[in-house]
Design a protein around this ligand. Structure first.
Ligand SMILES: [Zn+2]
Length: 496
């Protein structure tokens, strides 16, 4: 540990001690470490394991991780699954468009050819993901966003996507997923869809032996770049655009009000923030979201608790955005967009009132969904010396680690924890803190098990009937079992 970190840790420990002794409700360090009931032996072993990626991954793969709160099922599906689906549907891979299509007059490979040739299959898989991405030669941002259109024809059913996600969560010890999946629009169709998804979830858990449960909730995505037909190629009409976007937002918010108890819990805006529409219409989009949110709360004040919003905000760098939008993307998403969580937040350092914003996010517990692999692959923000993680962490703004699009990025939640440990030198106690944060700042209903977001301080009587508190207690037990097992495994790994 570097000298400055030692001093920081010592200061945090001192203030925690002070707050425990003198000020029970005092502000605690959000970027902190879970010490309560943590095995010092396991924490010590982790410090050694951190020096080698294979040892680190072996440790983290089965470490309990709580939740993944920022996950797009379309981007989470691995390209090999898309290939299987393309073969089953007899699609062809268009070598000019680099896309799966039903038929084409361009040169192409048939599904049979892809099955039988490693090099042809490799060409298709690389076009549809960031697999073997040659960073020095190509632009990860464009490759990433283009991938969705290229594989759209091969995407399996939403139930199949969910099966892949839940299966992966079980084996990586994740308890809860918030998936950005658009439900149908009609009320009856939403009800049927929720039942089908629930059946797929249960079936996957039972096929895996039934010992590990994974809960799932949904976040309704709105495409920031979506346009009504009349504006696709015709002249721009602001009135027509705003009418269209209002309908999109109204539809999503109404679904949340109606179905939040059954798992549709939040709204997000998708797609690149640097696109022309997103850049020029950002203020209009925020104004519409604000107006529609307030309208539903005025109709029924109880809606305020249901209408959660988490927005992709500040997924920008100077390479992809002019300077001006980065001055207020995150602050406006909170002030006007009602965002209680921020996706990425990469451009925070360019905010006009960066320290005021950090203070506000700390005080209101506005969490940031940090997606390290995605930031590296899409925007080339790689390494602890470039990423703004420490701005948030050191200011005690809550953060959680998320996958974003693990299939296209060729990653998973285990690797997000590995990268966080490697890039920012985090300890085992810090990673435990991040795992608890993922449940604490989720949209799970009910009160927390902990006092004021401090995962070293349990409430004297656990909240009754709280789903969130129940999962947090479950995570405490998961860690207890993991550490008991690791103590045995450490003997095997003893250095000689
Ligand atoms: Zn995202």
């Amino acid at each position: 540990m570097k000298h400055r970190e030692k001093v920081f840790t010592a200061l945090c420990a001192f203030f925690i001690l002070l707050s425990v002794l003198l000020l029970p409700a005092a502000v605690v360090c959000a970027g902190d470490s879970v010490e309560k009931d943590t095995s010092p032996q396991v924490a010590q072993y982790f410090e050694n394991a951190k020096k080698n990626e294979a040892e680190l991954v072996a440790f983290l793969h089965k470490m309990p991780k709580g939740a993944d709160l920022h996950n797009h099922p379309w981007g989470a599906v691995y390209t090999e699954t898309l290939l299987d689906s393309a073969i089953a549907q007899n699609l062809v891979f268009d070598c000019t468009a680099k896309a799966f299509v039903k038929e084409t007059t361009n040169p192409c490979y048939t599904a049979q050819e892809l099955k039988q040739s490693n090099s042809k299959m490799g060409e298709a898989l690389s076009a549809l993901s960031l697999r073997n991405q040659p960073k020095e030669k190509e632009n990860g941002h464009d490759h990433f966003f283009d991938s969705f259109g290229r594989f759209a024809a091969a995407v399996p059913s939403e139930e199949d996507l969910l099966r892949e996600q839940v299966g992966r969560a079980i084996s990586q010890k994740i308890r809860y997923l918030e998936l950005m999946t658009e439900p149908p629009r009609e009320e009856e169709a939403i009800r049927t869809w929720l039942q089908q998804m629930e059946a797929a979830r249960r079936e996957t858990i039972s096929q895996a032996g039934g010992a590990w449960n994974v809960d799932v909730a949904y976040i309704v995505p709105i495409n920031r770049n979506a346009l009504p037909d009349s504006l696709q190629s015709g002249p721009w009409n602001q009135e027509v655009y705003e009418e269209f976007f209002t309908q999109e937002v109204r539809q999503a918010l109404t679904s949340i009000v109606r179905f939040s108890d059954q798992g549709i819990r939040s709204l997000t805006f998708l797609d690149p923030e640097d696109s022309w529409i997103s850049r020029t219409q950002f203020t209009a989009q925020m104004r519409i979201l604000d107006r529609e949110w307030r309208r539903l709360v005025a109709e029924n004040p109880a809606n305020a608790d249901k209408l959660k919003v988490n927005l992709h905000a500040g997924e920008l760098t100077l390479a992809y955005s002019p300077y001006e939008p980065m001055r207020n993307r995150i602050s406006q998403s909170i002030a006007l967009g009602h965002a209680s969580r921020i996706g990425h937040g990469l451009s925070i350092q360019w905010e006009d009132d960066v320290y005021g914003l950090l203070r506000q996010m700390r005080d209101h517990k506005t969490a940031v969904e940090i997606c390290l692999t995605s930031n590296d692959g899409i925007l080339n923000v790689a390494g602890g010396d470039k990423h703004p993680f420490r701005l948030y962490w050191n200011a005690d703004v809550p953060v959680t680690l998320c996958t974003d699009d693990e299939g296209i990025s060729r990653s998973n939640l285990t690797m997000e924890y590995a990268r966080a440990a490697q890039w920012f030198g985090l300890s085992y106690g810090h990673l435990k803190w991040l795992a608890f944060s993922s449940l604490e700042y989720s949209y799970l209903p009910g009160e927390s098990l902990f006092i004021n977001g401090d995962f070293n301080r349990l409430k004297t009587s656990p909240p009754q009937g709280s789903v969130k508190a129940a999962l947090e207690q479950q995570l405490r037990e998961d860690f207890q079992r993991f550490e008991d097992d690791m103590v045995k495994n450490i003997r095997l790994m003893k250095r000689r």
